[in-house]
Design a protein. Structure first.
Length: 365
């Protein structure tokens, strides 16, 4: 009898220890924040906006991608028709946080977030959705960083001895967000060349580099000195055309966006067709949201990222960006930070001041 009782007790102890270990393991896993990034068809390899959001996720976990598929994942939408289904599927899954990037997700997110009040969502580039506790909207003052690259490019042209340079802009999908890029760039250029000619083109697609490349060639052929591309994956077409132009001996440039796109413009050792890039630190938003979920400090609302909190800036990687051009951009940055200089956010405001030309593709919706 005692022997039987001892065996029973031993089995119970082993079972208890196993159960305790299993519970502790489950608790540790449950403590990990789980996040999914929903993007358009360009995905996280757009080398721009989505890639920056993904970098923030990787930085948060610090595991070199080992947690992909369990702790974090990216799901791409082939068309905008997939936005609502992808959001609903994600909300029904076991994700603590759902991240969307870009204003084109706005309407779909507003619809789905209302259906899942206990699910946490964030969106980047939107501040006009209903303010609810389960949604954080991150908005950037892109016009500030865009002003800097405009100053840098125009100063570079002046130092190159170009008397009447033309400047180009290629946008992805027209809307209030991309307008901030274009208007900031134009005002930066015109602070150096008040009479500079500006031309623009909108691809109406974030993932059509071929069309952007064709537009860039036309601009360069017409005498454009520098093109700023704020077009997501489409912008790579502008950079590729700039590379071809420079390999052919032409003194023209491209300006990257969101991430430092210097490497995308490399065409020879130590040579890149990307003069500078307007840095939009989207990873700050994903890092901020993940930290709030983990620390229990989540609060719905609108969060603004700008030059004051290092949310926007410009890249100085290219050694061919002249010291005087960098100095001019840095002086403009100081003026923005001090409040001495306020950059317009809308096409209407820039036209009213006589800074932006008529007939641009920019819209203020």
């Amino acid at each position: 009898m005692k022997k039987t009782l001892a065996i029973v007790l031993m089995v119970l102890c082993v079972f208890s220890a196993f159960a305790q270990g299993a519970t502790e393991g489950t608790t540790a896993t449950d403590d990990q924040v789980k996040v999914v990034l929903l993007t358009d068809a360009t995905g996280i390899d757009d080398k721009s906006f989505n890639a920056a959001a993904w970098r923030g996720i990787l930085s948060f976990y610090g595991d070199n991608g080992a947690g992909r598929g369990t702790l974090y994942e990216n799901i791409t939408a082939q068309t905008s028709d997939d936005y609502v289904p992808n959001l609903k599927n994600a909300a029904e899954a076991d994700w603590d946080l759902i991240i969307t990037t870009g204003f084109t997700w706005g309407d779909a997110l507003a619809e789905v977030a209302a259906l899942y009040p206990d699910q946490k969502f964030i969106i980047v580039d939107v501040d006009y959705l209903p303010q609810t506790e389960n949604l954080i909207q991150y908005i950037y003052e892109e016009e500030q960083g865009s002003y800097l690259v405009g100053v840098a490019a125009a100063t570079q042209a002046k130092l190159d001895g170009i008397a009447n340079p033309k400047f180009g802009f290629v946008g992805g999908v027209a809307g209030a967000t991309i307008t901030k890029f274009e208007i900031g760039y134009i005002e930066g250029v015109k602070s150096v060349y008040p009479d500079a000619e500006i031309v623009d083109y909108y691809v109406n697609n974030w993932g059509d580099p071929a069309s952007a490349k064709t537009a860039a060639k036309s601009m360069y052929d017409s005498g454009v000195y520098c093109i700023f591309a704020a077009a997501g994956g489409s912008g790579l077409g502008v950079i590729n055309q700039a590379k071809e132009e420079r390999m052919a001996g032409k003194n023209v440039w491209a300006i990257g966006v969101d991430s430092d796109q210097y490497e995308d413009g490399v065409y020879a050792e130590g040579k890149s067709a990307v003069l500078t890039s307007m840095i939009k630190v989207v990873e700050n938003s994903t890092l901020d949201a993940l930290s709030k979920v983990k620390e229990g400090t989540w609060k719905g609302g609108v969060v603004t990222q700008n030059m004051a909190n290092a949310g926007v800036g410009y890249a100085t990687t290219n050694a061919e960006l002249k010291a005087e051009a960098k100095a001019a951009a840095d002086a403009a940055k100081a003026d923005i930070l001090s409040g001495k200089l306020v950059v317009d956010k809308t096409y209407a405001a820039a036209k009213a001041r006589g800074v932006a030309p008529l007939g641009l593709g920019a819209i203020d919706d």
